[in-house]
Design a protein around this ligand. Sequence first.
Ligand code: PLP
Length: 475
Amino acid sequence: MDRSYVPPVISGELGRTAPRVAEDRNFYARGPRAPSLFQIDGLPVSGLIEEFGSPLFVFSEYDIRAKAKRMREAFRSRYPKTSFAWSLKTNYLGAVCKILQSEGWIAEVVSQFEYEKARLTGFAGQDIVFNGPYKPHAALRAAIEDGALVQIDNWDEFSAIEELVAGQGKIVEVGLRVWLDAGIKPVWSKFGFALDNGEAGRAAARVLENPKLRLHTLHCHIGTYILSPDAYAVAAKKLLQLREELRHKYHHLVPCLNLGGGFPSHSLLHGYLGPVEQVVPPIEAFATAITDVLRALPPEEQPLLRLESGRYLVDEAGYLLSSVIAVKGVNRPVMTDGGLSARAYKERMILNEDSRIGYVIDAGINLLYTSAWYQFEILPARAIEAPPVPSRIYGSLCMAIDVIRDHVDLPALETGDVLAIHPVGAYNVTQWMQFIQYRPAVVLIGNDGRPDIIRARETLADVITPERIPKHLEP
Ligand SMILES: *Cc1c(COP(=O)(O)O)cnc(C)c1O
């Protein structure tokens, strides 16, 4: 027994004076196993990458249908007269639209392109609600001819519609987009006719006084990722009050109230602390807030309730799988004979702050436009027995701003590790940009558990086909 006594050491880890010390303590309390994601709907994440390449968007049909069912039940169990419209701009992949169509959703579009895509996907004219600040003349004409419901956004559009319907042999139903204060900041003053200064009332009067028009819907869309069910109750009450005023003056009870979209998914904005279940109210809370207002009316006065949901329905169904292609920097300085290792050097030297280990992955923010607002979960596709440490996820673009998560706790990863980024089903495969790389394939895992490509990986031809070289530049 010739062991020399080694005094206990209070390690710099737990006792350090960094501002994050409390957070760090908590994080070690989580134990050594970091959360990971092995499979999506029964299919191994690594197998999907092997079969379809990396990066890869993956959607779960099961999840989209589960959200649709839950939303339908949340509203219809409280208020049977509810109609659902799918916000195409959230994700207009044909397969995704068809799933929602088969669940009974009609289409909500905000541009000529979306209108044409909705028609091509199989939505009949009367199953399309047409929103947006810019509806080109040809699109308005097509929508009116097809029987779509145009929700008028501004006076100029109103004049164009009046001209178009003047020559029509039929009465055309329209909606009005109303702008109102439901307590939500920032204020989206860009859209619709203002309620509080009487503008919305004047627009409604102009519809009601036109024998070729019929006022079908009072609409408002108060924002996106709204965490307050009460805001919808406020909006519903304000729209009902306008409806009541119009009934008194014009003896017309507007048949439909459209409260837009905006219901949140289980995603967290930057700066919010989870767990997400404590931040985001369930869809039933929104359904209760809205339908309580409507159910207070006598049954014969209860309007059709219409909703235009996007984010809630599809965000969590979408994953981006991406592979680690390079490891940069280290979390803690690695002491070598010469002092700090080169890897720790850059940030320490310039910022005099803790450096983080950085991972470059093969997908960039051009595919994840929404990473500017939301902190996605980043889940390794294998179990890694190592404590999670502060890390940074860089994208694959040649741009300094290409950071997908600036700070996320991850166990030590290796080149080739696959990460699942989640939830990314809303607004990414519509807002993505083709910048220096091909946009990846999108796969849908069907309810039968089979993966199908629903959008092929782009090729050089996809990018250059619309290009033309002027004659004088040809050899
Ligand atoms: C984008 C949009 C929606 C859908 O919003 P979500 O927040 O995704 O539910 C609904 N209505 C209009 C008018 C929109 O522009």
